[in-house]
Design a protein around this ligand. Sequence first.
Ligand code: 4UU
Length: 557
Amino acid sequence: MPIKSSFPDLTIPNVDIWSFMFERKDRPFPDDKVLFVDADTKRSYTYAQVRDTAQSFAHGLKATWNWKKGDVLAIFSPNSIDTPPLMYGVHWAGGVISPANPTYTVEELAFQLKNSEAKALATQVAMLPVARAAAKKIGLPEDRIILIGDQRDPEARFKHFTSVRNLAGTARYRRTKVDPAKDVAYLVYSSGTTGLPKGVMLSHRNIIANVLQAQQGDAYNLKWNGGPDNQGDKILAFLPFFHIYGLTCMIHAGIYTGYEVVVMPKFDIEQFCVHVQNFKITYAFVAPPVVLLLGKHPIVDKYDLSSLRMMNSGAAPLTRELVETTSSRIKVGIKQGYGLSETSPTTHMQPWNEWDKTIGSVGKLVGNMEAKYMTTPEDDSEPVEVPAGQVGELYMRGPNIFLGYHKNKKATEGCLSADGWFRTGDVGYQDENFDFYITDRVKELIKYKGFQVPPAELEGLLVNNELVDDVAVIGVYSEDHGSEVPRAYVVRSAKSKSSGSSDSDEADNIVRWMHSKVAQHKRLRGGVRFVDAIPKSVSGKILRRVLKDQAKKEQET
Ligand code: 4UU
């Protein structure tokens, strides 16, 4: 029997994101509430400024490019306070946002631009070389590239988004109507359980549901006012806005709750401490590597972090030992959240006041959701449900489950059933207090410090290397990195064997070759191991479990 959330059901309004954020009747905070602040320059947006900038841009989108419902704007930028008004402008005009990792190579960005069928691209001056090359590769005209951020194009070829206006002045446009439950608001990229990155179609309703689910899970603890200076909660936003964690939990939850989001374009441990101290940050969304630095880095002792009330860690596993070390060092609670791009993302949260009673758990299922735990028999026949409390693969159903993968019916059918059950690829159990513990991951996905590394993508590149005959990539845990890292198992080609190079030289060559091909989080930090053959099933599927067991054995000796 599926297990229902232990929270009371929430009512999710049937509106689009724009109405939810900017036309709500119960907004508790005023128009001039500061919402987004640039940590370095202190430039900021109030609630009204986000709304008005977005609306002006939206008129510009319609006037300049005849923006239509479903048209996609891709974003290729580090975190910027301009991102929220840019995104809401696209929503006003009925469009879709597809955010890309700002460390992508030309090929990686071009893949997403093409796959998402982007009609325009927003970037920053410093990133123009990659953005232009990717646009050129897929035939996106240069005048569809626009800028966000503080810097303007010195040669004035590329417009800033605030200059994309309705120049005619007189023409009036109406807000484009969308169906909140059926129309896509975001196309974020995830490899899901298998294969290459795919566009995860998140509807307006998905995002709205998740903002409300997360608020309820947090017992409405985050506030727009109150605290010592009556400024309410202040969140430090260094986790990337292109990833669903940053997108929903920082931007959307922020603008709905009215808390101040202090935006850092890039993470640095000392800058983190400086900003917590100077801005009196009260809450931070983090990932396990940040918890590790806060627990171990000497610089942390130099700063006053006492304004922090709580941190939420997610996107990768966090050990009990680390929570204990870091929370006792900096005297701050650390709770966990869990979820996926496909679930908008939050499906589980450790309740605020229970963080130290259930360390190691990723929390309780959020409101309006159901979960079941399944096991797939060895012969790959239909999965069967395991009894309550036993370990199984987590399946979930609820209003925050995505619509499917963009133009990829087969992949959608592989993880989303007709009656709404979504297969996560994560394995664990739920105890009698409704707390969920993750014990394993059965999908291909590798997570380097919370960033997705799809093995199929690396394998697809590596087979083109002349030193490689066959290859499989898996994740192995590295103490040094405090994270999983990708490792390639390679069958050396005849050419490589006849070259006379040693295994270790050839391994270095392959690792270095990959450097130029992929964003830095996908590098082969786990190295290369040579094998005689890649273990495969009769149907030709790579048996990753065999390689994982081999890696484990190697680690133990
Ligand atoms: C062990 O990483 C995410 C979503 C992260 C997130 C973070 C804080 C959600 C809610 C929250 O409060 O999405 P994806 O799509 O990049 O990766 C999803 C995968 C999961 O399937 C799981 O394998 O990331 C892993 N994961 C975690 N693993 C996510 N959160 C956790 C976690 N512990 N807390």
